[in-house]
Ligand binder design. Structure first.
Ligand code: ZN
Length: 54
């Protein structure tokens, strides 16, 4: 089974847990592991806001 990531629009294989949820809610959208990590990293980074250098 393949799902398309909402952010990068790339197909990826969902984790067993995600696949289970997808069966119940086929219209749900999931993020691929890398995008998921990116978002959580961003969320954490926002808390530790520092002057960005480019
Ligand atoms: Zn993605």
């Amino acid at each position: 089974m393949k799902v398309t990531c909402l952010l990068c629009e790339r197909p990826f294989s969902p984790s067993p847990l995600q696949a289970k949820k997808l069966r119940k809610h086929p219209h749900r959208i999931f993020l691929c592991p890398s995008c998921h990590e990116r978002i959580s990293t961003k969320t954490i980074a926002r808390r530790n806001e520092s002057s960005s250098a480019g």
